[in-house]
Design a protein around this ligand. Structure first.
Ligand code: SAM
Length: 349
């Protein structure tokens, strides 16, 4: 069928503040024509009816239903209601979130809902009611196949409306950000990053399994692993927080990973790497560990520091390097909690 015979597709995408350039390049290569964008938010049109693209740096993707601009929230909700006429209703879920207003970690910025978007979500949910929405509250985690109505606050008075069908875990989380309720105050933000990496990877971490983290200080990620009931080894020349160091299921090697004998990894099923080391050096350390006869690692979650987004061009080369280890599966994602870095999830045979 020629393009003139199908309806165009309008897409809206969110990503980290600063990653929009890479998202634009990735979708333009797939035939999308770029339209309105802001840091952390991209819209585009495809001349044909097509599925939404995926990419390492795309955090959320929705079919766009248009936008509204007003200082009055109720006016914007009227506009949203107009856009919904003619669509199959009700939606299963309502997800409302703001675009990232700063790079992750800068001024302590973290992605996800904020006070304004939570108030807006409550108001939209109230106004739309059961004719439009099946969910009892806004911003619940969607089930696979749920139809989700998306509202992105590009600014508090400029909203974009869209919809998507939930499938993978990140598409089920409101705004692609995992809702996490820590048992204790996390030791560092790496707690959230590890929680997201573990959930996204689908690795079957079980209580009693042994996990090793390279680059473990001060201990946010180890805190998550301990909370999940694992035995944990942390490798880092820097000191661990005493709450982790004194935990009965934790052992610390105060050294650089490359300086330790392979036997300390014996019995470990899971390897997490989050050291401030250049990606090529990180990969050679991990290769030495996973290819050793003394180890039997099942899955690795490797944080690859980019430094700046231009270095994302190296990702295919790093992927080829990991392919040499003959893994069963490699997945790569710019996690919502990643700064300028990506996570490689590597399933080993
Ligand atoms: C981003 S921090 C890790 C945060 C940690 N994952 C957490 O959950 O709190 C990076 C760490 O990498 C460590 N590091 C740097 N080079 C290393 C190496 N060769 N081996 C092990 N750790 C290293 C640094 O000492 C630093 O503590």
């Amino acid at each position: 069928m020629s393009s003139s015979e199908t309806d165009p597709t309008f897409g809206m995408f969110t990503c980290a503040h600063g990653a929009e350039g890479i998202v634009k390049e990735a979708i333009a290569e797939k035939g999308w024509r770029l339209s309105f964008s802001r840091p952390g938010f991209v819209t585009a049109k495809h001349d044909e009816e097509t599925t939404l693209p995926t990419d390492i740096f795309i955090r959320t993707a929705s079919k766009s239903l248009g936008s509204g601009k007003s200082g009055d929230a109720d006016e914007l909700i009227d506009r949203l209601i107009e856009k919904l006429s003619g669509l199959p209703l009700p939606f299963d879920q309502l997800h409302v979130w703001p675009r990232d207003r700063a790079p992750i970690g800068r001024f302590d910025f973290e992605p996800g809902s904020d006070e304004v978007s939570r108030a807006v979500a409550t108001r939209i949910h109230e106004r739309l009611g059961p004719d439009h929405l099946r969910c009892a509250t806004a911003n619940d985690v969607a089930q696979p196949s749920d139809r989700v109505l998306d509202v992105v606050l590009v600014d508090p008075s400029h909203w974009f409306f869209g919809m998507h069908t939930a499938s993978t875990l990140p598409t089920r989380w409101p705004g692609g950000v995992q809702p996490v309720a820590p048992e204790h105050e996390p030791i560092s933000r790496a707690y959230y990053k590890a929680a997201e990496a573990i959930a996204w990877s689908g690795f079957d971490l079980r209580p009693g399994d042994l996990a090793v983290e390279v680059g473990s200080a001060p201990g946010g990620a180890c805190g998550r692993l301990l909370e999940m009931g694992l035995d944990v080894i942390g490798i880092d020349p820097a000191q661990m927080d005493p709450r982790i160091a004194n935990h009965p299921r934790f052992r610390h090697y105060a050294a650089r990973a490359g300086d330790l004998p392979r036997r300390i990894y014996r019995g470990a099923k899971w390897l997490l790497v989050d050291s401030t080391v250049k990606p090529d050096a990180t990969l050679s350390t991990v290769r030495n560990i996973v290819e050793s006869r003394e180890t039997s690692i099942r899955g690795c979650l490797i944080t690859m520091k980019l430094g700046d987004y231009e270095r994302a061009s190296q990702i295919p080369r790093w992927r080829r390097e990991v392919e040499r280890w003959r893994p069963e599966k490699i997945e790569i994602r710019h996690l919502a909690r990643n700064r300028c870095e990506v996570c490689f999830s590597v399933t080993l045979r």
